[in-house]
Design a protein around this ligand. Structure first.
Ligand code: HAM
Length: 417
């Protein structure tokens, strides 16, 4: 039996990197005042169709949708924003705080063509800040996304755009349709269809011809209404104040229809075709569109697989071994070691000992294979003298350690290295 295509097991060595990514992100979320929300993986299909948009790739062809036993159409969440907003509305969280800063961590599902950095089950660190349309919140959220990368030791280029609002986007859309209509024969088949249904998506097409044409298309930044233009200018001022570098990309469109005004992507060239480590933007009409109060919001999601891949490319593999391996020789030393093992663990060390009754040589091999940092060797002579050899398996240094009840020396040495 094998895992499904695009669905991946995360084995223990790699799981360590996942833990690190999540721990760093959670710490940044805490410092920025974000609270965790956990939402279900399964939702009614209509939630995603209404929020992400009927004419998007996700809704048109990538969702895992099925009828359950009652004949209801359900979908495995392709992203986190719609479920979090559904919960926000259902539990009237706006009454709890004027601004809700929420994050959720977990798997998402899209039936895409799997490749490096693109899976059918993938994981996001997904963030939503609901209740304010102040541009400072945009800058804050962008700064937080970037801070997670910085603290993981990763870098990505920030691109920024504004997709306007219901006051200015329709006019831009018409301008774009007129431009695309005038060059219909140069567009790929998909884009010929998209010209009417979702013309902004054409700007994101990867085919050579469309790309060439798109470079000459009208730019949305030239069509923003005064209030969207000022909003973008204010976001830029705050990013500058925090010395966060970015470039404007007026042709950045997102694969989800709910965005208004600020959109952004964090891009890397280290992952081949899948260059977005994270992306997000503002969605000021979405809460109301889903039946909630008229509250604005902004958020982003970072792709955890992509963060882990980047860490792997940097060879940032944390050591996966225990702090200490107890090599015990004989029954009496084994019984003593078992109690010592327990005390080491209670004192906070990760510690292991042999449970197969092996000899010294194979216990040492086992310690090596486990990638243990230290080995403490205990036989009858050690028990009699109350001293044992502690070997650092990295530096090969050895020292005598008293086997006193408090383990003071042992803990000091193992913790210090
Ligand atoms: P998204 O751009 O669709 O936005 O996805 C965000 C990130 O999830 C991407 O930049 C990428 O790192 C990762 N990702 C997406 N699809 C895959 C995949 N098939 N395999 C691996 N990683 C993937 C959203 O999902 C929005 N909900 C973000 C957001 C939150 N906007 C506002 N709030």
């Amino acid at each position: 039996m094998q895992a499904l295509k695009g669905f991946k097991d995360i084995l223990p060595d790699e799981a360590l990197l996942w833990q690190r990514v999540e721990a760093v992100a959670r710490d940044v979320f805490r410092r920025f005042g974000f609270e965790e929300i956990k939402v279900p993986i399964l939702e009614k299909t209509g939630l995603f169709a209404r929020s992400i948009g009927e004419a998007t790739d996700i809704v048109e062809k990538e969702m895992y949708t099925f009828s359950d036993r009652n004949g209801e159409s359900l979908t495995m969440r392709p992203e986190g924003t719609a479920p979090v907003l559904r919960a926000f509305i259902e539990h009237a969280l706006h009454l709890r705080r004027p601004i809700n800063r929420l994050f959720t961590v977990g798997p998402m599902f899209r039936h895409e063509r799997p490749q490096k950095g693109r899976l059918r089950q993938f994981h996001q660190l997904s963030v939503e800040a609901l209740g304010s349309d102040h541009p400072r919140l945009d800058a804050e959220v962008i700064a937080m996304a970037r801070q997670i990368l910085v603290e993981l030791g990763l870098s990505a280029a920030l691109q920024l755009n504004s997709l306007g609002c219901p006051a200015c986007r329709p006019a831009y859309r018409q301008k774009l349709i007129a431009f695309l209509g005038g060059h219909r024969e140069q567009l790929c088949e998909d884009c010929q269809r998209r010209t009417e249904s979702n013309p902004l998506r054409v700007l994101d097409c990867k085919s050579d011809n469309c790309r060439r044409l798109n470079a000459a298309a009208p730019a949305i930044l030239d069509s923003l209404c005064p209030s969207c233009a000022e909003h973008l200018a204010a976001v830029r001022r705050d990013l500058d104040a925090l010395q966060i570098p970015y470039s404007l990309n007026p042709f950045m469109v997102r694969g989800l229809d709910y965005y208004t005004r600020t959109t952004f992507e964090l891009l890397t060239d280290a992952l081949g075709a899948q260059s977005a480590v994270g992306a997000g933007g503002r969605y000021d009409g979405l809460v109301r569109q889903l039946g909630g109060p008229d509250l604005p919001g902004i958020g982003f999601a970072l792709g955890m697989e992509r963060l882990v891949l980047l860490l792997q490319e940097q060879n940032a593999l944390p050591s996966s071994g225990p702090d200490l391996f107890l090599a015990c020789l004989g029954e009496v030393a084994g019984a003593y070691g078992f109690k010592l093992l327990d005390r080491c663990r209670l004192a906070g060390l990760s510690a292991l000992m042999d449970v197969q009754g092996r000899g010294l040589k194979s216990q040492m091999k086992q310690a090596d294979r486990l990638n243990a940092r230290f080995v403490l060797i205990i036989g009858e002579a050690e028990l009699a003298s109350g001293q044992a050899v502690l070997r650092n398996l990295v530096s090969k240094e050895e020292r005598q350690i008293p086997l006193a009840a408090e383990l003071t020396d042992l803990l000091r040495v193992v913790r210090a290295d």
